[in-house]
Design a protein around this ligand. Structure first.
Ligand code: ADE
Length: 217
């Protein structure tokens, strides 16, 4: 992605490197979210407070949970939930305390544009749109994947950051959209499948989608 941003400026904040520059004539800040909900929330909060971004687009990989969601497919999130959040019996399972909801929705307009960009960038990939579950676990056993599927039958995919970024964007009133390519099925094969996918294709897919998004803006 940085190869597409000639003359980018590196800014260090909160121990992260933020890359500020222009992509297809638009001002962008590119950064790795880091892994897990807390790390991603910090990254999102810095983007909002320090860089004053007008919206956040997240790209990355996820484990497929939905029945037809296969390795190489694309999932565009319309909402996020934290599958490892449970403050019951004080609050219902999954509900984010004091928010009165368990789900944060992505911005419909930005999500529509991201979906169109994903379709243009990866025309051969099957594309799904719906709920994505986030939690601080790399789900890597068939038993755990089955338990998640039973508890959250509408969840298309599982990853470790999206719900946190969605909540931060809600707090800051920022439009948010997220797309994930499926690297594994969160099952007993997940570790090998994930490593192979991340090594061989993930960043190429992300860069292609972001380029298509900005080119079509
Ligand atoms: N990201 C990609 N694959 C994942 C998995 N199986 N669990 C959690 N996050 C992931």
């Amino acid at each position: 992605m940085l190869a597409l941003m000639p003359g980018e400026r590196r800014v260090q904040a909160a121990g992260r490197e933020f890359w500020c520059g222009r992509l297809h004539g638009q001002e962008v800040v590119a950064v790795l979210s880091r892994i897990g909900k807390v790390a991603a929330a910090t990254t999102a909060a810095v983007l909002a407070e320090r860089f004053g971004v007008s919206g956040i687009v997240f790209t990355g990989v996820a484990g497929g949970l939905g029945p037809g969601v296969r390795v190489g497919d694309v999932v565009v999130a319309d909402s996020f939930l934290q599958h490892d959040l449970d403050a019951s019996p004080i609050f219902p399972r999954y509900e984010v305390p004091l928010y009165g909801t368990s789900r944060f929705h992505t911005d419909p307009a930005l999500t529509g544009r991201l979906q169109a960009a994903a379709r243009a960038a990866l025309p051969a990939a099957a594309l799904h749109r719906g709920l994505v579950a986030s939690g601080d676990r790399f789900v890597s056993s068939t038993a755990e994947a089955r338990a998640l599927q039973a508890a959250l039958p509408h969840a298309l995919a599982v990853e470790m950051e999206g719900a946190a970024v969605a909540q931060v964007c809600h707090d800051f009133g920022l439009p948010f959209a997220a797309v994930r390519t499926i690297s594994d099925r969160a099952d007993d094969e997940a570790h090998g499948d994930f490593s192979r996918f991340v090594r061989e294709v993930a960043s190429r897919h992300s860069a292609a989608i972001v380029q298509a998004l900005l080119a079509g803006a």
